[in-house]
Write a protein that binds this ligand. Structure first.
Ligand code: SF4
Length: 340
C-alpha cells in the first residue's frame, strides 16, 4: 500500500468552561483506510461523516488523536499510535509524495501570486533548479490543458474560471511528482460540463503518472465513474468498503443501501422500478453518538441488539466489509431477526 491510515481517530474540543473543555466532537472514530499504488479509492458519505477529516489527516494537515499514518509502509512522524513498521518516512518524501486538491479552487490559490509563481513554488519545493522551473511550469500547464501556456502563466486566480483554477490546482499537485493526490470534492463546486472535463483530465493524468487518488465525494454517481474501490462513512466511521462494482451491485450495509437508492440511474426503466429509502431524522450529533450501532436510530432494519451492542466488521469472501450485525443478510425494507 502506498498510503495507509490505521485506526485513525480525531476529536475536536467543543465548548469550554472554567474547568476546561465541555465536550468533544468525535469527527473520526477508528477509521482504517488503505490506498494502493495507482488506484482510486473513493471516500463517500454525507456532510459531517468525517471524510474530509480523514483526508486532511492522511495529507498531514491534521494530526490524529489516535492511530497512525503510513506512507510507503513507513510511519509518518506526527501521527500517533504504535511503533513504526520499518522506520519513519522522511517528512520531505511524505510532504512531496502526498498532495491535496481542495473543493474551493479560489481559496486554495494565493491571490497575490500568478499561476507561474504558484507552480514555481511547488517546483522549488521539489528541489528543481530555477533555470528549469519556467519550462517545467509551462509543461505542467499544457498537461492540464491550459493553453496558450504563456497567457495563463501570467494570470492571477481571479482572472481564471472555476474550471481553470481547478486545473491549476491539479497542476500544482502534480508539480512535486506525488504518489497520491487527495482530492476533496474536487468537482462539486463546478458546473456540470466542467465537472466532466476535470474528471476526464484526472483520469488521464492518473494513467500517465501512475498517481493514486483518494477521492472524497458525497456524489455516488461521480464515485461510480472514477473509483476502483469505495469506502462509505457514517458518523466518523467506515461502515462499508469494497470494490466499486461490488458495493453498487450488492451493498451490505443498510446505510449504503439508502444512499444508493437516492442516486440517479440513467436507465429510466430501472429507475421506475427502484424505490427511494428516506432515512428518518438527522445524523446524530458527533458530540454524543448513540450507543450500540451509531446508525440504529435511523436504520430501517434495526433490531433490538443494534441499540445495545456495537456491530462487528463482517467480511465477505470477496473482500467486501460492513460494520453491521446483519451485513448482507437483509434485503432493503426487510426486518432484522428478532425485530418482529
Ligand atoms: Fe442497522 Fe443494526 Fe446493521 Fe446498525 S447493526 S446498520 S442498526 S441492522
Amino acid at each position: 500500500m502506498i498510503l495507509e491510515g490505521i485506526g485513525l481517530s480525531k476529536r475536536f474540543p467543543w465548548g469550554r468552561s472554567l474547568t476546561g473543555v465541555r465536550a468533544w466532537v468525535r469527527a473520526l472514530e477508528g477509521a482504517t483506510l488503505q490506498v494502493a499504488e495507482g488506484e482510486t479509492l473513493a471516500l463517500v458519505g454525507e456532510s459531517g461523516s468525517g471524510k474530509t477529516t480523514a483526508g486532511r489527516i492522511l495529507a498531514g494537515i491534521e494530526v490524529p488523536t489516535a492511530g497512525q499514518v503510513l506512507f510507503r509502509g513507513r510511519h509518518v512522524a506526527g501521527s500517533m499510535g504504535a511503533a513504526p513498521r520499518t522506520g519513519g518516512a522522511s517528512r520531505r518524501d511524505y510532504r512531496l509524495g502526498v498532495q491535496m486538491v481542495f473543493q474551493e479552487s479560489q481559496a486554495s490559490l494565493n491571490p497575490r501570486k500568478t499561476v507561474g509563481q504558484t507552480l514555481d513554488v511547488a517546483l522549488a519545493a521539489r528541489g528543481m533548479a530555477p533555470a528549469r522551473r519556467r519550462e517545467a511550469a509551462a509543461r505542467l500547464l499544457a498537461e492540464v490543458g491550459m493553453e496558450p501556456v504563456g497567457t495563463f502563466l501570467a494570470r492571477f486566480a481571479h482572472q481564471l474560471s472555476g474550471g481553470q483554477r481547478q486545473r491549476v490546482n491539479v497542476a500544482r499537485a502534480l508539480a512535486t511528482e506525488p504518489a497520491v493526490i487527495i482530492a476533496d470534492e474536487p468537482v462539486s463546486a463546478l458546473d456540470l460540463s466542467v465537472r466532466a472535463q476535470i474528471l476526464v483530465l484526472m483520469e488521464r493524468l492518473q494513467k500517465q503518472h501512475r498517481v493514486a487518488y483518494l477521492f472524497i465525494s458525497h456524489d455516488l454517481a461521480v464515485v461510480r465513474s472514477v473509483a476502483q474501490r469505495v469506502a462509505v462513512m457514517y458518523l466518523g466511521r467506515i461502515v462499508e468498503e469494497g470494490r466499486t462494482e461490488q458495493v453498487f451491485a450488492t451493498p451490505l450495509h443498510p446505510y449504503t443501501v439508502a444512499l444508493l437508492s437516492a442516486t440517479p440511474i440513467p436507465d429510466p426503466r430501472r429507475a421506475r422500478l427502484r424505490s427511494r429509502i428516506i432515512l428518518p431524522g438527522d445524523v446524530p450529533s458527533p458530540v454524543s453518538p448513540p450507543p450500540g450501532c451509531p446508525f440504529h436510530p435511523r436504520c430501517p432494519v434495526a433490531a433490538e441488539i443494534c441499540g445495545r451492542e456495537f456491530p462487528p466488521l463482517l467480511e465477505t469472501g470477496e473482500g467486501q466489509k460492513a460494520l453491521c450485525h446483519f451485513a448482507g443478510t437483509l434485503a432493503p425494507g426487510a426486518s432484522a431477526p428478532g425485530r418482529g
